[in-house]
Design a protein around this ligand. Structure first.
Ligand SMILES: NC(=O)c1ccc[n+]([C@@H]2O[C@H](COP(=O)([O-])OP(=O)(O)OC[C@H]3O[C@@H](n4cnc5c(N)ncnc54)[C@H](O)[C@@H]3O)[C@@H](O)[C@H]2O)c1
Ligand SMILES: N[C@H](C(=O)O)[C@H](O)COP(=O)(O)O
Length: 331
């Protein structure tokens, strides 16, 4: 029997990532769960959670085994500094990126079937002198992917983003025909391949208030978005609707039969998604040569070490990852 291998990165060591992994490890799972993290940190998180944990070092040549509750396979990575939950430490930033690089390399090499990432803290990584915008951009760069797309999904809504971790003042300049064409083509392809949707329906938000209000509140819609959507409607076998004013794009009757809402920027799309589904949503990167998913939340520094972190999103992301793997293996 083919048992998929899912590699989980524990993320920021001082955040809630290690705790939610240890909590999730108590559950059953038909796939093999491997964690790339410091073993000492995972034991520290198990102590905080008051839960049993047995770690075994993972070896690529071993036969895959289904997950055993309270056990985890581990790819050890050394921390530089001891961790106090809730307290960021620049000295451990390189450790975080090493876990991501290890996951990327193993996925490219076919040693694992998917990567599921725990939350990282972008700020502390940059404070350490290492340039980092997010997992999405990191994995795109390290897998040599020309373009990738961030999607967050919960039951009844998938939001995709034309731009990701970009300062708001740069967003308008980034919205070009080429960017929209690349992004929408990836969404169209991946909705078919990863989600088995035969004729994708994509609702595209405008950039400006009221989608530009006939050019009185911005011209990106008439100059860039509308003509590009027209071209793509002829080129792709997909229904592309828009640009729709973002303030009403998420009305239930508008989204009820669309496969994704494409927002022009991070905080145009994600607040709605996180209002609807925080704690039961997943982040997935479209356009990578491997499957990569993540939780919908951040490092939760305010609750780290308190044993109150909820594992809902981690469980949702795990189930979603398993579904993606199964679908990818279907002929
Ligand atoms: N997947 C990722 O790596 C990811 C995702 C989002 C944010 N981040 C990063 O996380 C850091 C902190 O971001 P933030 O404070 O805006 O968002 P956050 O998600 O860490 O916290 C927002 C609020 O939600 C609560 N919360 C988060 N996860 C929870 C859980 N599992 N159970 C219970 N409560 C939970 C927190 O306590 C906090 O009150 C930032 O550096 C951000 O960039 C990373
Ligand atoms: N944009 C994501 C969110 O708000 O949930 C988060 O920052 C994580 O992004 P990456 O997966 O690129 O790290």
């Amino acid at each position: 029997m083919d048992i998929p291998r899912i590699l989980i990165t524990a993320g920021e060591p001082a955040g809630i990532g290690p705790e939610i992994i240890v909590k999730m490890a108590q559950k059953t799972c038909s796939d093999q769960l491997i964690v790339c993290a410091s073993p000492q940190l995972l034991h520290q998180a198990a102590e905080v959670a008051g839960l049993p944990l047995t770690l075994n070092e993972f070896s690529v040549g071993s036969s895959p085994e289904p997950h055993k509750p309270s056990h985890l396979w581990v790819i050890p990575q050394e921390l530089t500094s001891e961790v106090n939950f809730g307290e960021l430490d620049v000295d451990n930033a390189a450790y975080v990126l090493k876990t991501l690089k290890t996951a990327n390399d193993m996925a490219l090499h076919g040693d694992i079937d998917a990567i599921l990432t725990g939350p990282v803290h972008k700020g502390i990584i940059n404070d350490s002198g290492l340039k980092f915008s997010g997992h999405t951009e990191f994995f795109a760069e390290h897998s040599n992917s020309k373009k990738v797309v961030m999607m967050l999904a919960t039951d009844g809504l998938r939001v995709t983003l034309a731009t990701t971790h970009l300062p708001l003042r740069h967003v308008a300049d980034a919205i070009t025909p080429q960017l929209l064409e690349e992004v929408i083509t990836i969404i169209d392809t991946e909705l078919r391949q990863k989600f088995a949707i035969t004729h994708p329906k994509i609702l595209v938000c405008g950039l400006n208030p009221h989608a530009g209000e006939n050019d009185h509140l911005g011209t990106e819609e008439s100059r860039i978005i509308t003509p590009t959507l027209k071209t793509l409607s002829h080129k792709l076998d997909a229904t592309i609707i828009g640009p729709i004013p973002a303030d009403t794009a998420f009305q239930p009757n508008k989204i009820k039969d669309v496969d994704t809402v494409l927002a022009m920027y991070h905080d145009q799309g994600l607040p709605t998604l996180k209002y609807k589904g925080f704690g039961k949503a997943v982040n997935v990167t479209l356009g990578l040569p491997y499957i990569r998913t993540s939780v919908d939340h951040g490092t939760g520094l305010d609750i780290a070490g308190k044993n109150i972190a909820d594992i809902g999103s981690m469980q949702y992301a795990l189930q979603f990852t398993q579904d993606l793997i199964r679908r990818s293996k279907q002929p």
